[in-house]
Design a protein around this ligand. Structure first.
Ligand code: UTP
Length: 287
């Protein structure tokens, strides 16, 4: 079984749910406490043993490239002034560890992934949606890669939501369950509540076989007029093993304003350098 060495980060979306903040700043650069969402995702990939990060970008996303580059002026000045540089650790990706490809129009997540086909090549790969902030130890992708080693095929991370919320997400039809894995027998993007096959939603982490690229080639627009990854994955069920992995940890939907606020609060309350101040402030505010 080939190891998972490459990860695709689709970051070309418009982030309309987070306007006006995302008019000039990519959604993926919004910080949770002091680290941008995209860096949490890259750190999660590294922890899972992934070596090459492939970013699918669009216009106005150059801050992401700058973030993972050398910041010569900043580094030279900080070092000359004897400042602590530890906060910059892990923020550089060398040429062998990253690649950028442009999605010229935001035609949908499925189309964004297809834009990376030449760099992905003929091997299984991971996908991270950086605005889905997965918080746990080990990280979500490490948990998935460990499970993948035993079973192969395609794997998606899922979580349970109240049934009335399923219409905003990709939803799975579940088959047999063994441990943290459930067979996926069907997939549907943004179903009506009454049509949803379960309340298990696809939650931003995927391990897919390279054949998905050929399926995406002929994928037509689906929900919202976008080329949906969920629709392409649905066409692969039956041809290749397909499992859902239930993440042991917490997930915050940082593409939404309330999810983003929750993530900031939760992480601040865990940080030794600020948790007491934040807790006292929050308690005061609520009183
Ligand atoms: P979202 O639907 O959450 O992102 O797509 P969005 O379109 O930027 O956000 P809203 O709904 O307008 O607020 C999930 C992920 O897929 C990427 C996004 O950048 C995000 O990481 N994406 C989406 C693309 O790269 N290209 C697309 O055409 C669509």
């Amino acid at each position: 079984m080939k190891p998972i060495r490459k990860a695709v980060f689709p970051v070309a979306g418009l982030g309309t749910r987070f306007l006006p903040a995302t008019k000039a700043i990519p959604k993926e650069m919004l910080p949770v406490v002091d680290k941008p969402l995209i860096q949490y995702a890259v750190d999660e990939a590294r922890e899972a043993g992934i070596e090459q990060m492939i970013f699918v970008t669009g216009r106005g996303k150059s801050a992401i490239e700058d973030h993972f580059d050398i910041a010569y002026e900043l580094e030279a000045t900080m070092s000359a002034r004897g400042k602590d540089m530890s906060a910059l650790e892990g923020t550089q990706l060398g040429p062998g560890n990253c690649a950028y490809v442009r999605q010229q129009e935001p035609l949908g997540l499925g189309h964004a992934i297809w834009c990376a086909r030449d760099i992905v090549g003929d091997e299984p790969f991971a996908i991270f949606l950086p605005d889905e902030f997965m918080h746990g130890r080990p990280g979500c992708m490490k948990q998935m890669v460990d499970a993948y080693r035993g079973i192969g095929g395609n794997m998606i991370s899922v979580l349970e939501v109240p049934k009335e919320k399923v219409s905003s997400y990709g939803v799975i039809a579940p088959g047999r369950t063994h441990g943290s894995l459930t067979e996926v027998t069907g997939l549907v993007e943004k179903p009506r509540v009454e049509d949803a096959p379960s309340n298990l939603i696809v939650s931003g982490r995927y391990i897919l076989q390279p054949e998905v690229m050929r399926v995406l080639e002929t994928q037509e627009a689906g929900a919202g007029g976008e080329i949906q990854l969920t629709d392409a994955m649905a066409r692969m069920i039956g041809n290749q093993p397909f499992h859902a992995h239930v993440f042991d940890g917490e997930r915050f939907d940082c593409g939404s304003k309330t999810g983003y606020l929750k993530a900031n609060l939760a992480l601040a309350l865990e940080r030794p350098d600020m948790k007491d101040t934040v807790r006292a402030f929050a308690a005061d505010l609520l009183n």
